[in-house]
Design a protein around this ligand. Structure first.
Ligand code: GDP
Ligand code: ZN
Length: 462
């Protein structure tokens, strides 16, 4: 991948809005030279003489008017020991929008180019400091919704997945070398011995990929959130449950850009799991879906959910609407909550336990607090499926999972070809495919437009 990175980029790296300080960051060869034109050290020291990893105090001067714009601290980090592996300059200024914008515009006038979203991280990738999966983890880190999601994103940014993928790629290279040797010396009787060795390694790779994707569903939930819908008749206690959940941890509300007010995602942090309650236009609370749009429309939401929380009021006998929902929820990932256990009980709880997996029927009273912990524990159990812990999670990104599965398929084809006694070149093609596939995770063999697409998802200044 030949990409010329010869210009110096600049962006505001802190969040938009008012803040204590703002940071404007430059990366590229000309960073220090540009700083030199616009920065005046308080004691008149020469900027070009700045040592790597030092800071200086002074002022930013508007070069077109000679006017002093802001008092700042600047830092200089010399390539290659920087985020991008290029020279990096950071300017710490007063955190109002005017100050940071003004400084940005002065840097632009003096030879820097406005960075695209994610371009700093993209350079870190293109310059070989991190691989593509590590770069992807950077955005996951920024967007992490719970401490648990953040931990996993951090580990990926440190190369936890990359190391595994590189090992698999090395194994495939070894297999290809063997295949090549067998092709080069067909008359030697080594072919059969070699084949068995290759078959064994192929199987090993398949098992390792299985191990990696095993926890991918958990990983996806930690990265993207558990799509959840609360259903049940009016007055069973849905709002009360939601409030109970919201009390403990702050929900993160994201307006998806461009679709203002069309879709609002709310995340509740349940013991480290980001539980996402999707709310579409006009329906303020997901829990009210059944109340507002009726059973038919709510079925659509139910079908798309990762988890359905179905609530029943223990103090009222079941009605047709309950039975209809019960039928519809058959075989779906459901936690049934039999609420208001503090009141005289009018439902047959055994009947409900027979209709669902009895381990997933929880009796609660939101008034007394009974059963609330049990609901949370059940959600955690479901996400981690009993045996996986976050330590076992390597794959969180659907892109990575899909690639791994395709690579596994190619390895499988190659192994089958060897077993079937087909000419060894056939297997060679399949193993090469698998190798190239895995390289799309690390970024070694990925198309440029895919890289571009990944980085456009980033925010400006990262
Ligand atoms: P929703 O219509 O399903 O959202 O139900 P709400 O959460 O609005 O609750 C309806 C009523 O039931 C409210 O008056 C709540 O205070 C009450 N409620 C909720 N949970 C319990 C419970 O566990 N026990 C009792 N006795 N009342 C409850
Ligand atoms: Zn309600």
């Amino acid at each position: 991948m030949a990409v010329a990175i010869d210009d110096t980029i600049v962006a505001i790296s802190t969040a938009v809005g008012e803040g204590g300080i703002g940071i404007v960051r430059m990366s590229g060869d000309k960073s220090l030279g540009i700083l030199n034109k616009v920065f005046k050290h308080v004691k008149g020291k020469e900027t070009l003489g700045m040592k790597s990893y030092t800071m200086r105090y002074g002022h930013i001067i508007d070069t077109s008017t000679g006017e002093t714009v802001d008092e700042v601290i600047v830092s200089f980090m010399k390539a290659p020991n920087t985020y991008t592996r290029e020279d990096v300059v950071e300017i710490y200024c007063h955190g109002g929008m005017v100050a940071v914008r003004k400084i940005l515009s002065i840097l632009l006038k003096n030879g820097a180019r406005l960075a695209e979203p994610g371009e700093f991280t993209k350079r870190a990738f293109l310059n070989g400091r991190i691989d593509l999966s590590q770069a992807e983890a950077v955005i996951d880190l920024i967007r992490a919704k719970t401490d648990e999601s953040m931990k996993i994103a951090f580990e990926q940014s440190q190369g936890k997945l990359s190391k595994k993928i590189k090992k698999l790629m090395d194994k495939l290279l070894g297999m290809l070398a063997h295949v090549e040797a067998a092709v080069a010396f067909p008359e030697d009787d080594i072919e059969n011995v070699v084949n068995q060795e290759i078959i064994d390694t192929g199987r090993e790779i398949q098992r390792e990929i299985d191990g990696l994707v095993e926890s991918a569903d958990t990983g996806k939930i930690l990265r993207e959130g558990l799509n959840t819908i609360i259903v049940g008749k009016p007055n069973v206690g849905k709002s009360s449950l939601l409030n109970e959940f919201l009390q403990e941890k702050r929900a993160i509300v994201t307006d998806i850009p461009g679709t203002t007010r069309d879709v609002i995602e709310e995340y509740i942090n349940i013991k480290g799991i980001p539980v996402k309650l999707v709310d579409t236009a006009g329906i303020r609370h997901t829990e009210d879906i059944v109340e507002r749009i009726g059973v038919e429309r709510s079925k659509e939401y139910i079908d798309r959910a990762d988890l359905i929380i179905f609530m029943i009021d223990a103090s009222r006998p079941l009605e047709n609407e309950d039975f209809e929902i019960i039928e519809y929820l058959k075989g779906k990932k459901t936690i049934v909550i039999v609420n208001k256990m503090d009141l005289p009980i009018k439902v047959d709880i055994d009947f409900i336990k027979d209709k669902f997996n009895r381990d997933f029927v929880i009796t609660t009273s939101i008034n007394t607090g009974e059963g609330i912990e049990a609901i949370k524990d059940k959600i955690v159990d479901m996400v981690f499926e009993g045996n996986v812990s976050s330590r076992d999670v390597y794959v969180t990104n659907v892109r990575h999972r899909d690639i791994l599965l395709k690579a596994k398929e190619s390895v499988g084809k190659g192994v089958e070809a060897l077993i079937a006694g087909l000419p060894i070149d056939f297997a060679s093609i399949d193993f090469r495919d698998a190798y190239l596939k895995l390289g799309e995770i690390t970024g070694d063999t990925v198309e440029e437009d895919i890289i571009d697409r990944i980085f456009t998802d980033f925010c400006i200044g990262k």
